[in-house]
Design a protein. Structure first.
Length: 188
């Protein structure tokens, strides 16, 4: 299903959705979220050799033409944290933002870190993760499973997330699939 359909108000065609959806107060008005299962950061992706591929700080990205998907916390992070001099190029679909980077219509792409790993590994040849950054000043951003508002499954899903955390399973999954996050420098 389309990304923003998962957390839109109304009936759902699923019991719960695991789709890298960040828990936000606005989204929680329309859907129920499980407890957070992954603390996420945003990431900057550039084509190797590009003007911003070696940026070491957010300030160095001020004049970059930024690509980002509509409805994402990455868009909010671009506006509130990166604060580029020009408005970002906002795309309806993630693939359109990825193609804009591929076709050099934007200098950098901002996506969540797990997506950045996929973009660099499978979607954009000779691309790299420039770095990662926190999209919020306060509470860390987390992914949660999405359920229809008022779902009777929420307590069960929360219990399952708690069990996976307490048994160390989520940490093992994160290490196996996202262990290279240490290679993405922190941009401040």
């Amino acid at each position: 299903m389309k990304f923003d359909s998962a957390f839109a108000p109304g009936e759902k065609q699923f019991d719960f959705d695991v789709n890298q959806v960040s828990i936000t107060p606005d989204r929680a008005k329309a859907v129920d979220f499980s407890k957070g299962y992954y603390t996420v950061k945003q990431a900057v992706v550039a084509v190797e050799g590009g003007k911003y591929a070696e940026a070491k700080s957010l300030a160095e990205l001020k004049d970059a033409k930024v690509g980002v998907q509509v409805g994402t916390t990455a868009l909010e992070a671009v506006k509130n944290v990166v604060q580029p001099s020009d408005d970002p190029n906002v795309y309806n679909e993630q693939i359109d933002a990825v193609n804009a980077l591929k076709n050099k219509q934007v200098d950098v792409l901002v996506v969540d870190l797990p997506t950045a790993f996929y973009v660099t590994a499978a979607q954009v040849e000779k691309s790299k993760i420039v770095g990662q950054f926190s999209s919020t000043a306060g509470t860390p951003e987390e992914f949660g499973l999405v359920m229809e508002k008022g779902s009777a499954l929420k307590p069960c899903v929360d219990k399952a997330v708690d069990a996976l955390k307490s048994k160390g399973e989520l940490a093992k999954i994160e290490q196996a699939w996202l262990g290279s996050a240490a290679g993405a420098p922190e941009l401040r």
